[in-house]
Design a protein around this ligand. Structure first.
Ligand code: UDP
Ligand code: MG
Length: 316
């Protein structure tokens, strides 16, 4: 199989038939072997019926998975990736906001020597509020991750198979696939794509996702920087906080001695707020170091050689 197109679907009854038709036109013209993997993510409308009809009318190219309930887009994509057998995988939203006619251009970009091409909805057909929050999101992720892309969250992406074999997706991590892929050493590029208003149905996401996405960003940054050596984060943080508390307490010890030997007029130390802060800092420091060590223990015992690296090519 050359190409698998994976389409996460949640209540998209009005879009699926046209999407299938447009995808078929484009992929047929490309003249390659292809399959369309529709993942029904717990739809409550007639989506599944439409998908069954699509399957019956085009068994040669269509695969359908019905998930037991609505798990969310990331999980729907993972289910699709598991079933897909193409060397190149394409993800696309079901609402026809992405245009199948852009597939050849995206493939062309991939063939320039990239492993992942991310669509860039240069002229986005969404509400102003969503566009603004998305802009902030893209700037924040670009800066934090050091990977500069305009549109991380675009549903339209083209991957080489290896990318998805080495990226672990759960929660809402689909938004960070480019970051995780780049971290594994894959070459990531982007290409402007046409964006349409939703053909039918309603959007499943509001602006609220940005707030949820923030914690995911913290998680992704932790994954790409410290997952492999947690002590380097918690250990150093703990060390600095412990040392700060320690230095202050050495100063207090010195004051205490002055007072004890009657060498100077020093007010009692026990009631000074800074004293409590210093003790707290020392305790916190020790705790952070312990968390780091626990992290290293988990790392040691869950060690799997295979998940330490992504292979680019093997000759044997
Ligand atoms: N989607 C999904 N599961 C969900 C939510 C969304 O599979 O829980 C799919 C949805 O059917 C669509 C894609 O994810 O194909 C993007 O969703 P939507 O178009 O609502 O997002 P927007 O374009 O408004 O950001
Ligand atoms: Mg959409």
């Amino acid at each position: 199989m050359d190409i698998s197109v994976i389409i996460p679907t949640h209540n998209e009854e009005g879009n699926l038939a046209l999407l299938h038709q447009r995808l078929t036109t484009t992929l047929f013209q490309l003249g390659c072997l292809y399959e369309l993997v529709f993942v029904d993510d717990g739809s409550t409308d007639r989506s599944l019926e439409v998908l069954e009809q699509t399957y019956t009318s085009d068994r040669q190219h269509v695969k359908v998975i019905k998930l037991q309930r609505n798990y969310g887009k990331t999980t729907a994509l993972v289910a699709g990736f598991q079933l897909a057998s193409g060397n190149v995988l394409i993800t696309m939203d079901a609402d026809l906001q992405d245009d199948p006619a852009d597939i050849p251009a995206m493939l062309e970009e991939l063939n320039k020597g990239y492993d992942l091409v991310v669509g860039w909805r240069k002229e986005r057909m969404d509400r102003a509020r969503k566009r603004l929050s998305s802009r902030i999101f893209n700037l924040a992720v670009s800066r934090a991750a050091g990977l500069y892309l305009h549109d991380f969250n675009c549903g339209f992406k083209v991957y080489r198979r290896q990318v998805l074999e080495s990226v672990r997706l759960y929660s809402d991590l689909h938004r960070y696939i480019p970051v995780l892929a780049a971290w594994q050493g894959f070459r990531v590029s982007e290409r402007p794509v046409t964006h349409h208003p939703r053909h039918s149905g309603v959007s499943k996401y509001g602006t609220g996702r940005i707030a949820r996405g923030f914690m995911d960003l913290v998680m992704v940054l932790f994954i790409v920087r410290y997952l492999r050596h947690p002590l380097r984060l918690f250990g150093w943080l703990g060390f600095f906080i412990f040392s700060a508390g320690g230095v202050i307490n050495v100063y207090f010890a010195f004051l205490w001695l002055l007072r004890f030997w009657g060498l100077a007029e020093v007010p009692p130390i026990g009631t000074r707020p800074l004293f409590s802060v210093a003790i707290l800092a020392m305790i916190l420091g020790v705790q952070l170091i312990s968390i780091g060590l626990l992290g290293e223990m988990i790392r040691y015992f869950s060690y799997e050689p295979k998940s330490e690296y992504a292979v680019s090519q093997t000759w044997q």
